[in-house]
Design a protein. Structure first.
Length: 643
């Protein structure tokens, strides 16, 4: 005879498990304090994203709805909940977020976030949990839809015919608008974290220096496709030539990232054809996913000091191999939100050393940033000239610069000279820099002159002396000191003198030699110290945000909602928590160091080994602080001397 389940005890139903454990699926669900919720809510408000979302909603939905039930969960609650989950390093699952709303908030916190009351007293617990999960999921997608550059259904795998149709009808204009919104959303949170620091730390430097790079993340569904073979596969499907078609991709708006080998930088609006069949890359070297572009704050003034936490001050998300230069410019633009003047922007050879000036160098210069980078080997030495001015790595030089000085870096890398000789030649080469006569004008034009001209020349030149003699003019009166001389074999032919030799000055534009422009002299000690510090800082940040025990940004298993926009929202929350965590740790270490130095006790003497304290050391040639014979006479030896 059947018996109703309610007649059984919890022990009969669940064994040794409590009913609360079963309802929580074996997870701990501790109540979050009002103070934690209030802090997260305050930070969401300070970011300004709530106003952004309201404005975007009014733009996308200018007309009121047709009725229906009002939304139960709103963006403030979603963002606060995601921040709280990120803070405790929980996976950013909709189920976890719904459980937080349903069971882990006090009545006061629920009122603060505008959440409805829990109705478990009137409905079954399972029904109530299902409603919370459904409402949370719907609310999250309503928010993400306001910023989604690639809207599509992602419930099932697509055929290659469907992939082809989806790409054909993709709205590029909408993509640009929504991509811009996502970047504004992300950087509003990062700017908020920067402003959460004490002002003394924000202003630890007079300008903002950054180091930027990309890091790869996976989507929840990892199957991709090749644009090179898409048309053929779709044609085979339509013609019925595929008997057992394999399931295609689910999220088609991603790209192939080469873990090894050369990387490309396709301009925005162009098609990236990187795929598994690419001859330059094996299938094992390619992964399907997205790129996170991040800029971290670094210190060009004191790279060996720790004056502030290394925070992500700007970030964007993009497709692999597409718009690398443009994303870097966007990082530099977003970093200006810190309200510090722009300084140096350090990057590896994928950026300054590889990009075209109109895509990276000129836009960055217009924003006020100066490059710091290494050069590609094929771009060392003379990289072109204008009006006789030769562009050699990071400088603009006289055409009579001695050849060994022009090729100093190339000779160093080829092993023809050592580091000491290179540094000497680099120093000597500085005398042959053309001289700036005044600052660049509003359009970037700047007059420069030969280094042998004027009342303070840095070199002497036979060409200049010959021209002055032909014109019947005396040489300028200058201080009597030794100066490098342009040798006749290095000087330009007298019958084909360039303008820099014939004229008092020539005008250069901002784009002239901009690919070599740097903040520090290339391979100088200052350049080397800063570049190493900057590269280590961004690599350390990338490793930190991917730490599996903390933010784990690279783990798609911890953010299962599909789609580009959802991934960027999750990454935003994780980067925000990373910054807040770093700030708190920095302040904690500051206070601990201060407490350690302010104990009020006299400083302890550094301990010295007994053999150094009482015996002569023949290796270091040091005498004892306390003679062992004197200690014996004072009867202070713990054991008598052996005689």
């Amino acid at each position: 005879m059947a018996t109703d389940s309610h007649t059984f005890s919890d022990t009969d139903l669940f064994g040794a498990f409590r009913a609360e454990e079963v309802e929580a699926r074996g997870r701990l669900r501790s109540v979050i304090s009002d103070a934690h919720v209030q802090a997260a809510y305050s930070r969401v408000q300070k970011s300004g994203v709530l106003e952004m979302l309201t404005e975007w909603h009014s733009i996308d939905h200018p007309l009121s709805g047709m009725g229906g039930q009002p939304a139960k969960i709103h963006p403030p609650a979603l963002l606060v909940g995601l921040l709280l989950l990120a803070q405790e390093h929980s996976p950013l699952f909709m189920r976890n977020l719904a459980a937080l709303f349903q069971e882990r908030l006090t009545p006061a916190s629920r009122d603060l976030l505008g959440l409805p009351s829990v109705m478990s007293s009137f409905v079954t617990r399972t029904t109530e949990t299902t409603k919370w999960e459904k409402n949370t999921n719907n609310a999250f997608h309503r928010m993400v839809d306001l910023m989604d550059p690639y809207p599509m259904k992602r419930y099932v795998s697509l055929t290659y015919t469907q992939v082809q149709q989806a790409l054909k009808h993709h709205d590029d204009e909408r993509e640009q608008t929504m991509k811009r919104r996502l970047d504004l959303f992300m950087n509003a949170f990062l700017r908020m974290t920067f402003k959460e620091q004490p002002r003394r730390i924000q202003r630890a430097t007079n300008k903002l220096d950054i180091s930027f790079d990309q890091t790869f993340i996976e989507p929840p569904t990892k199957k991709g496709f090749s644009r090179n073979t898409l048309a053929d596969r779709a044609r085979d499907e339509i013609a019925g030539r595929v008997d057992n078609p394999t399931p295609g991709p689910v999220d088609i708006h991603a790209g192939w990232y080469p873990r090894k080998g050369n990387r490309v930088d396709v301009a925005k609006g162009k098609t990236d054809t990187t795929g598994p069949g690419d001859a330059k890359n094996s299938k094992e070297d390619l992964e399907w996913g997205w790129m996170i572009n991040i800029a971290v704050r670094v210190d060009s003034e004191r790279p060996d000091a720790v004056r502030f936490p290394k925070l992500a001050v700007a970030a964007t998300m993009s497709m692999p191999n597409v718009g690398v230069s443009e994303e870097a410019v966007e990082l530099m633009r977003a970093a200006l939100g810190t309200e510090l003047p722009p300084g140096l922007g350090d990057a590896d050879k994928q950026y300054w050393a590889n990009a075209r000036p109109e895509r990276l160098h000129l836009p960055a210069d217009a924003l006020g940033w100066t490059a710091s980078t290494d050069y590609r080997p094929d771009r060392l030495g003379v990289r072109g000239s204008k009006k006789g001015v030769e562009f050699i790595e990071d400088g603009r030089f006289c055409p009579g610069t001695p050849t060994p000085l022009k090729n100093a870096t190339k000779d160093l890398l080829a092993g023809r000279i050592d580091e000491d000789i290179f540094q000497e030649r680099r120093h000597q080469r500085g005398a042959f820099l053309v001289r700036s006569k005044e600052k660049p004008d509003a359009e970037g034009r700047q007059p420069v002159s030969c280094p042998a001209r004027g009342n303070s020349p840095t070199v002497t030149c036979p060409v200049f002396e010959l021209l002055m003699g032909k014109a019947g003019k005396p040489l300028p009166t200058v201080a009597d000191k030794e100066r490098p001389r342009v040798e006749e074999e290095d000087a330009p032919p007298i019958d084909f003198l360039p303008e820099i030799c014939r004229q008092h000055s020539v005008s250069l534009n901002v784009q002239d030699g901009i690919q070599g422009k740097q903040g520090f002299a290339y391979r100088s000690k200052e350049w080397d110290a800063f570049h190493k510090h900057a590269r280590n800082s961004i690599e350390s940040l990338n490793a930190g945000i991917k730490d599996p025990g903390k933010e784990a940004i690279g783990e798609s298993s911890r953010r299962r909602v599909r789609g580009f926009a959802a991934a960027q929202v999750f990454v935003t929350m994780l980067l925000t928590n990373f910054n807040l965590r770093k700030i708190a740790a920095f302040l904690h270490d500051e206070r601990a160091a201060e407490a350690k130095t302010n104990t009020g006790e006299p400083p302890k003497q550094k301990s010295v080994r007994r053999r150094d304290r009482v015996w002569y050391n023949p290796y270091t040639k040091t005498t004892p602080r306390e003679s062992v014979l004197e200690l014996q006479l004072m009867e202070q030896l713990s054991s008598p001397l052996r005689t």
